[in-house]
Structure formats: structure tokens, C-alpha cells
Design a protein around this ligand. Structure first.
Ligand SMILES: C[S@@+](CC[C@H](N)C(=O)[O-])C[C@H]1O[C@@H](n2cnc3c(N)ncnc32)[C@H](O)[C@@H]1O
Length: 466
């Protein structure tokens, strides 16, 4: 029984976006983590199918179960390996078995499929085939890339040096790992590796974070000593990345509307050794940019609530009806635009990174375009020329990410910079060059190579070229 209660609790937290599914499972402290993880993942995958069955059989009304609990029970009873409990829940499921079976059969007939697996929505079937590598960000507040590489090598992993092409990440297997080709502090392991109970993760020396979600802090690149604001910060992975880039020097204001997420974030930051933060349970839109406390803010990371359409595993129900989905996207885009406009009102602001884990143009390029129109003192900075997926034209200065082109979740990042009147148009985009990836294939000789030529000259204006 405890298994199903825990699984339902995790699903409720995922629904409330209190954290990533895997992290929530590991934080649940359930004795059999693997069993819980498997059940939650599978139930999540079949969520829309289960919802259909539960709704059509009116199971909630008949049993007084809540939806998440009904889903995990029906999953294991009908699709999974059979209920692992006896008692009243088993009796309840057995009683409703004929109606549940009939509903499942009707669904298969309706969708013209014969197996349970074929009932899964297409995006989940595709996602199951796309196996993203396991990205591990080294927390440079606590350790160095070199030390982490050494640690893994001592554990029997074979370090392959720095990746030079994306296909290097795809072909990782067994106990091999690489240094990422785009982001210096990121290590890449084969997709099956799970480090949630690894010492380095538990001690905050590494952060398990998708590579695309490391882009915003990396590109904002606030220098140590800066005044930085993370507008929609929880659960805080990007905040801890910002603090690492700032080397804990300066001030990092972090806001979130959700108290529970903020409290989880506080634990995460403590574990990561972040000390330069000032957390507040506050609506970013209510912050007065001119107030003495915040008027000096120079850098803002804005990663507001979005549809989450880029997250491979987070889809938990079948797509909403088109009209509902359209309204939802419209509301989100309006909120995102208000947030970005608000960020651009801070009088000392130099740069703002705007990011979403959405694949919709409406939440990405359209938000940025509208804000640039209203704030002509800002311009887009052209990002990482070697990044393979660009913002949709004409916003090709921005980055997009996807499972197919960048081996990450779907993501969007734009960097807006204040234009200084009369300044030359050839300012440089400085990016962290602190980390160095030891180049070692055999593991014996540690030759050190610079991570990248990360300083990029912007195009000179026509006037300057002539
Ligand atoms: C996409 S998540 C942020 C993820 C976070 N940047 C990270 O990397 O861990 C969006 C967050 O914005 C918060 N939020 C939504 N509206 C807000 C507002 N008006 N002010 C502050 N936070 C808000 C939500 O509670 C949610 O935690």
C-alpha cells in the first residue's frame, strides 16, 4: 500500500511542478526507490490512457479514490505487473475489473491498436526511442571539473576527453563519459547512468541538470560581485549555476511565487554551497525596479512558467482541445511578455536572459519580438555560433534545443543586452573559460586543453567594415 501512496504523492508533486520526477522519487525516501521510480514513470507515460479508463468507468465516484492514486492502482492492475498489495484496494480493483477491462478494450478498438504500448501518444512513443544522454553539471562552488573526472575514473569510468561533435554524445556506452563540447562544466554519460544516489550528487558536488537548462546561466555569465536577479527561480538549478559563475561573490536575488518550491530550493542551494543568494517568496511582477534595494540590478535571468512542451517526459495528459490549448498558450505568452517587459525596466540592467522549456514560437520568438518592439534600447546578442539549432528566423541570434538536433529537452534561450548610445557595435560576448577539460583517452596522461574559444566577436557594422 505504501508503494501506491508514495507513487500517487510523487505524481501530485509532478503535477504541481514541485520538481523533476526523478528527483521527487529520490527525495521521497521510499525504501525501494527502483520499484517506485518504475511505477511512477510508467504511470506517467500511460497517464492519458489511464485517465480515459478511469473517467469512462466513473471509478473515482464509485471508489472515492483520488485521480493520482487511481492511476497508479489501475496501471499496475491492468497494464503493469499486477497489484503488489492485498486488502481493500485489491478487493476494489477486482470488483471493478470487468468494467476496467471493457474500457481498455473499447479504447483499443477506438484507436485501432492491439497492444497497450500502441495506446501511448505518439510523442511518448518517440521519446521512448530518443534516449538522451545523462548530463552532469559540476558545481564549481564545491569542486572542479578535473576532480570530478578523477573521482569517476577512480570508480572505474573511462574518460574520453572533450567531445568535438554531437555524435560523440550519442555514441557513449557502458562506463564511458565525456566533457561536453558546448558548456565547459558539463560532463556527459550514457543515458542509462543514474547518479541520484551517488555521493557527488548527494554532497552537492554535481547537479543533475539537462544540458539545455544550463544554457541560461552560462550565457548570462554575470561576473563575480555583480547584482543579479533570478525572477522565477524555483526549484533553483539555474540559481545555483549563477552562484557558481559568480563564485558566490555579489548578490543574487531569487524570487518565486510558490512557497513549497521555494522551500525545496532553499535545501538545494544549501547542499550546493550557495551563499550569495537572497530568496523571497514574492511575485516578480510586483518588484519595484526603481526601489533602492533592486535599482542596482545589472543581470536578470528570466525563466518564467511556460507550457513545458519541450520536456520529453513531463507531458501527463493528452493534448487539451485546440481551443483550450490556444487560450492557455495565449495566457502564458501574455504573462511571459509582461515578465520580460518588467525585467527591461530595471534602470541599471545590462543583460537579461529569457528562457523557456517550450517549443512554441508564441512563448519564444514572439515574446522576444514583441518586447524588443516596446524596448528599443535593447538588442539581441548572437549566441554560440557552433550551436546547431537556432531561433526561428529572423531571430537566429537566439538558440533552440531539441531531442533530435541537440540531444536535450526542447528549450529556447534569448539574450537581450542594453544598447549603449554611441557605443561601437562590436562588443564581445564573453563566456566563462574557467573550466578546462582534461584530454585523456587512455586515462594515463592528463593533457590539459582549453575548453573552447568562447569569446565571440559580433559582426562589425557595415560602417565599420568600410
Ligand atoms: C520554469 S519554472 C523556473 C525553473 C527555475 N528557473 C529552475 O531552473 O529551477 C517557473 C517558476 O516561476 C514561478 N512563478 C510563476 N509566476 C511567477 C511570478 N509572477 N513571480 C515569481 N515567480 C513566478 C513558478 O512558481 C515556477 O517555480
Amino acid at each position: 500500500m505504501a508503494l501506491y501512496l508514495k507513487a500517487a504523492e510523487v505524481l501530485d508533486k509532478v503535477e504541481r511542478k514541485e520538481g523533476a520526477l526523478k528527483t521527487l522519487v529520490y527525495e521521497s525516501k521510499f525504501q525501494n526507490i527502483k520499484q517506485l521510480y518504475a511505477l511512477v514513470c510508467e504511470t506517467q507515460k500511460f497517464s492519458s490512457v489511464l485517465q480515459d479508463i478511469i473517467t469512462s468507468t466513473k471509478l473515482l465516484k464509485q471508489t472515492k479514490l483520488r485521480m493520482s492514486l487511481a492511476k497508479v492502482l489501475v496501471y499496475d492492475f491492468m497494464i503493469g505487473q499486477g497489484l503488489k498489495c492485498g486488502g481493500s484496494w485489491k478487493a476494489m480493483m477486482v470488483k471493478h475489473r470487468p468494467r476496467l477491462q471493457a474500457a481498455l478494450a473499447r479504447l483499443k478498438v477506438k484507436k485501432k491498436v492491439s497492444s497497450n504500448q500502441d495506446l501511448l501518444p505518439a510523442y511518448i512513443q518517440q521519446a521512448s526511442e530518443t534516449q538522451l544522454p545523462r548530463y552532469v553539471r559540476v558545481n564549481t562552488l564545491k569542486t572542479t571539473v578535473e576532480d570530478v573526472i578523477d573521482y569517476f575514473k577512480r570508480e572505474g569510468f573511462s574518460y574520453q576527453g572533450r567531445a568535438t561533435r554531437l555524435t560523440d554524445l550519442h555514441s557513449l556506452a557502458g562506463n564511458t563519459f565525456l566533457c561536453d563540447l558546448h558548456i565547459p562544466d558539463v560532463l556527459v554519460f550514457p543515458h542509462k547512468k543514474d547518479f541520484h544516489d551517488h555521493f557527488l550528487y548527494q554532497a552537492g558536488h554535481v547537479i543533475l541538470q539537462d544540458k539545455a537548462s544550463c544554457l541560461p546561466a552560462y550565457l548570462l555569465n554575470p561576473p563575480p560581485g555583480a547584482l543579479v536577479l533570478d525572477a522565477c527561480a524555483a526549484p533553483g538549478n539555474k540559481t545555483s549555476h549563477l552562484a557558481a559563475i559568480m563564485r558566490n561573490k555579489g548578490k543574487l536575488f531569487a524570487f518565486d511565487l510558490d512557497a513549497k518550491r521555494l522551500s525545496n530550493m532553499s535545501t538545494l542551494l544549501l547542499r550546493a554551497g550557495v551563499t550569495c543568494q537572497q530568496l523571497a517568496h514574492q511575485d516578480f511582477l510586483q518588484i519595484d525596479p526603481e526601489s533602492p534595494q533592486y535599482s542596482g540590478v545589472e543581470y536578470i535571468l528570466l525563466d518564467p512558467s511556460c507550457s513545458g512542451s519541450g520536456m520529453v517526459w513531463l507531458h501527463d495528459s493528452s493534448p487539451a482541445p485546440p481551443e483550450e490549448e490556444k487560450n492557455r498558450l495565449q495566457a502564458l505568452a501574455a504573462f511571459q511578455q509582461r515578465c520580460l517587459n518588467h525585467a527591461l525596466r530595471f534602470p541599471r540592467l545590462q543583460r537579461v536572459v529569457y528562457s523557456t522549456c517550450s517549443i512554441h514560437k508564441q512563448e519564444n520568438e514572439e515574446v522576444v519580438t514583441a518586447c524588443l518592439k516596446d524596448n528599443q534600447g535593447y538588442r539581441l546578442v548572437s549566441l554560440l555560433p557552433s550551436w546547431p539549432e537556432r531561433g526561428l528566423p529572423p531571430l537566429t541570434q537566439c538558440l533552440r534545443a531539441s531531442t533530435s538536433k541537440t540531444l536535450t529537452h526542447g528549450f529556447f534561450v534569448a539574450l537581450l543586452e542594453r544598447q549603449v548610445p554611441g557605443a561601437e557595435d562590436d562588443s564581445q560576448l564573453e563566456l566563462p573559460t574557467t573550466a578546462e577539460c582534461p584530454k585523456s583517452v587512455s586515462g594515463s596522461v592528463m593533457e590539459v586543453v582549453p575548453v573552447s574559444t568562447l569569446t565571440k566577436k559580433k559582426k562589425r557594422s557595415k560602417k565599420k567594415q568600410s
